[in-house]
Design a protein around this ligand. Sequence first.
Ligand SMILES: [Mn+2]
Length: 339
Amino acid sequence: MSSIDFSEALDCLKKAQSVLISCHVRPDGDSLGSAAGMAQMLAGQGKSAEIILPSELPDRYAFLFEQEQPRVIEDDWRRAQLAGFDTVVIVDTSVRAQLEPQFEFLKSCNLPVLVIDHHLESENIGTVELLDRSASAVGLMVAELAEAWPVELSAAAAKALFTAIASDTGWFRFPNADSRTYHQAWRLLQAGVRPTEVYSSLYMRASVAKVRLMGRALDSLELFCEGRLACMSLLKEDFRQTQAVHAETEGLINESLRIGSVIAAVMLTEDENGSIRVNFRSKRQINVARIAERFGGGGHKLAAGAQLAGGIAQAKEKIVSAIREEFSRRAKSADDSDT
Ligand SMILES: [Mn+2]
């Protein structure tokens, strides 16, 4: 059991009768699994819950929504005239930039807005906030909410939360997969999750296009900083030729972390409009959230992202030199502490 105070969040959920659940744009496994798990948990308590996404649901996560596909509203939510809800729950973000379609609605809806998040940055979007930067996934926080409530989770709710946790911990491989994470994973297994089934749903149903895109990404691999930094890039052309979509870049960056010497990895992706999306990963030592923040992005210590204008070559140069600086800064402080 964690030491987090769930009372305010639980009060909010217990009072709610009709809940609107949403998450950040370009939703990932944690946000979708958390939203689906939350919806199932609330339904299990006789409450009504509807998930509305601010971007399309990636196909690979459709298995989380077998009964009912979530609604998608990509433009200003105020125009959708959403009615009949008495509570809003936002999972896996608390910054405006990731909630553009919802933001004005959230400010003007006069409803309690419960934000459940584990990212470093928060812009106080909610009226009630459950923020825990040490949680490996929001799915973990929702599982802990269920334990603290206490309510029993259905097998479907447990599967969704397990998917959320597995996604943000790289199938329990990343350093954020701590005993707290395994404890909740164990509870979810007891509630009926079959990990092999979740693994297949998540990782064994890729399209040919995705595997071809992976080939392109691996082909672009360059090493910098004496082999400690791996850099891969994908151009518009790579998407056209492989017929992959942008959502299919998910997870590709981790392939370069297989290299023994690599400590940090970046993946640069050219968007349709020509801007460059940069994803950062770190095995240890280097805090990539801080580097991403220098470019207007953010994230976690070991996984972060940013968006850069301009061509891929300039973007790569800027990022590589920022990370090079970080390596020498760290080497210097290590030297200082030696003497
Ligand atoms: Mn997350």
